[in-house]
Design a protein around this ligand. Structure first.
Ligand code: ZN
Ligand code: ZN
Ligand code: ZN
Length: 378
């Protein structure tokens, strides 16, 4: 088994975290908001490096306002963990204790009539608590109000995404030599998960193995179907490495492919290439979707391409920017996203090819670099 040598990336510095918090404040002001409220989840990890060790119902929130030091309200028993977080140096920490009202404590940090961007994953219970304590306050989702907050990655983030992509590629190369015919989809899925971990992932988020008709369902995970000779098999897998996502798809064939599988695979291959070729700074997100979709529609399979062409990736595997019709915002160097067209023939098979790419100063750089040709497996 080849081992890929990965040098661990340098840790994010407290300056990195401070700059990110300043970015939130600047974007919130630009959007006409009072500030932002960040609760545990991807935004909080990105801004402070802090993730509670367990899912907790106790209120934890970071408040970001113009001309004020970032302030985090935490349950007192979790205070030591918060203080130990990499990005905590520039954050003022205040706490609340059990048997007191956390929303009364939170109200002290907020303006009674403020309008705040709030983490998408904030618990409804906490949002309701804040609305009750300040009935004149209002809240918008972070993704809707500050959609491009995490979209442009810095050099350190790009290095992590590249490492995650290389591990995904190594996983794909290894899976080509395992047996498919006669095994369950879940067996191959377990192989994919094991390989991703061996190649450095700390977390595996999905291992899609869609064989034969199951491949025609884009979000089929893996089930108890036995893979058969002649099946096209969609393999879509990824997770987190150094805190950043991987997500790649190849469609293989068990034994000799039928003429139809060859034909459909070639159309998807050309569509994916057209999408990637369209990537450069200043082009709209929807132009990437259009470029890939045109190839598939021209070949007569437009109705069978059931989803958008791509999604952003970073500390999560699905985030803005989305490569979708109607998204007119332009690509900016440092944005990272998938290009993943597919064709899904109900009851028969599906084909999808997916690479993560980043926008460079004058074009595109893929983080996945394995062959796009249809590979035959045993
Ligand atoms: Zn998806
Ligand atoms: Zn995928
Ligand atoms: Zn994807």
């Amino acid at each position: 088994m080849p081992t890929i040598t990965q040098t661990a990336p340098v840790p994010f510095t407290s300056e990195d975290y401070t700059a990110r918090m300043a970015r939130v404040v600047a974007q919130a002001q630009e959007a006409g908001l009072t500030g932002a409220i960040v609760t545990p989840g991807p935004d909080l990890v990105w801004l402070t490096g802090y993730q509670p060790t367990a899912i907790t119902e106790r209120l934890t929130m970071l408040v970001l306002l113009p001309d004020q030091q970032p302030t985090m309200l935490v349950p007192r028993l979790e205070r030591p963990d918060v203080e130990a977080a990499d990005g905590a140096a520039s954050v003022a920490i205040t706490d609340w204790v059990d048997a007191t009202d956390p929303y009364a404590a939170a109200s002290q940090l907020l303006r009674p009539d403020g309008t705040y961007a709030m983490s998408d994953s904030a618990w409804a219970m906490h949002l309701l608590g804040l609305q009750k304590v300040w009935p004149e306050s209002s809240y918008l989702s972070m993704t809707q109000s500050l959609p491009m907050l995490r979209a442009v990655k810095d050099a350190n983030e790009l290095a992590r995404l590249a490492a995650a992509g290389a591990a995904g590629d190594a996983t794909y190369e290894q899976i080509l030599s395992v047996r498919f015919a006669g095994r369950l989809e879940t067996d191959v899925a377990a192989d994919l998960a094991r390989l991703l971990r061996e190649f450095g992932h700390e977390q595996v988020d999905f291992t899609v193995v869609g064989s034969g008709p199951n491949g025609a369902n884009p979000h089929h995970e893996a089930g108890d179907r036995t893979i058969e000779p002649g099946d096209a098999v969609v393999l879509d897998f990824g997770g987190l490495m150094y805190g950043y996502g991987s997500d790649t798809t190849r469609t293989v064939c068990v034994g000799e492919p039928s003429q139809q599988i060859r034909e459909v695979h070639e159309i998807v291959r050309l569509a994916q290439q057209a999408g990637v070729d369209a990537v450069r700074p200043g082009v709209s997100c929807q132009a990437i979707d259009r470029a890939a979709r045109k190839v598939i529609a021209d070949a007569g399979y437009g109705e069978q391409f059931l989803h958008r062409t791509g999604h952003g990736i970073g500390v999560t595997t699905h985030e803005p920017p989305y490569m979708v019709e109607g998204e007119e915002r332009p690509l900016v160097p440092g944005m990272c996203f998938s290009v993943e067209p597919g064709i899904y023939l109900a009851g028969r098979f599906g084909v999808r090819i997916e690479d993560i790419v980043t926008v460079t100063g004058d074009g595109v750089r893929p983080f996945n670099n394995t062959d796009h040709a249809l590979q035959v497996v045993a």
